[in-house]
Design a protein around this ligand. Structure first.
Ligand SMILES: N[C@@H](CCC(=O)N[C@@H](CS)C(=O)NCC(=O)O)C(=O)O
Length: 221
């Protein structure tokens, strides 16, 4: 097997999962059981000292961070991201990925897991409310960028689409009102209709089913 993806259901490991499916790459998934603290085990920390998913074990070695994994996979499977044949083009593609990982993802976490950021019901509710407010202008930006699409970069699908789709799934699943963002909603529907994405979602659902069977599943939202 060429790649092993360490993943948890619903987590941002869905992004490389979609990319690997789109590329037609051969890969297996290693389920990370957060509720058992598997991501803090010495074996896992040896591969990814940050204790996060995704982690992709490649023929070149282990790789963490969604942005790096996306750039690596695009290097191996041209077409997963736009051409990066000059420094500025490469930087722009990286900036868009980093917008997802560094700007959007921390807000997603505050919407979904405000209890990790504050103590007490009132403070927790306040973190979540502020994150909802913080997300709104960025959601508008994503919606405008997608426009008629069909994809972030126009005619060609890319890992950037996988990334914004994961953000959409997470925030709308946690109560963020998506109705002011019809382009992003239509993009999500197009994603779900795409074969590679559907296959990735099936794999992710199988991980969730596995955790449920083991009594280790937080609710999938
Ligand atoms: N900067 C990392 C963030 C990864 C991340 O936050 N992953 C979350 C799941 S979406 C995680 O592993 N959380 C487990 C924890 O923090 O305990 C990336 O973009 O890959």
């Amino acid at each position: 097997m060429t790649y092993t993806l360490y993943a948890a259901p619903g987590a941002c490991s869905r992004v490389p999962m979609m990319a690997l499916e789109e590329a037609g790459a051969e890969f297996r998934i290693e389920l990370v059981r957060f509720m058992k603290g598997a991501h803090r085990s010495p074996d896992y920390l040896a591969l990814n000292p940050a204790g996060k998913v995704p982690l992709l074990v490649t023929p070149d070695g282990p790789l963490s961070e969604n942005v790096a994994i996306a750039l690596y996979l695009a290097g191996r499977y041209p077409g997963l991201l736009p051409a990066m044949d000059d420094a500025y083009a490469a930087a722009q593609v990286t900036a868009n990925l980093a917008f997802c990982s560094s700007t959007l993802h921390p807000i997603v976490t505050r919407i979904r897991m405000p209890m990790f950021m504050a103590d007490g019901d009132e403070a927790v509710a306040s973190v979540r409310e502020k994150a909802m407010v913080a997300m709104a202008p960025f959601a508008k930006l994503v919606d405008e960028k997608i426009g008629e699409g069909p994809w972030w970069y126009g005619a060609d699908w890319s890992i950037q689409d996988a990334y914004v789709y994961w953000v959409w799934f997470r925030i709308t699943g946690a109560g963020f009102d998506g109705t002011p963002y019809p382009n992003w909603a239509a993009h999500a529907a197009r994603m779900e209709a795409r074969d590679s994405v559907a296959r990735a979602l099936e794999r992710d659902a199988a991980l969730q089913a596995q955790l449920e069977e083991e009594g280790l599943a937080p609710p999938m939202r």
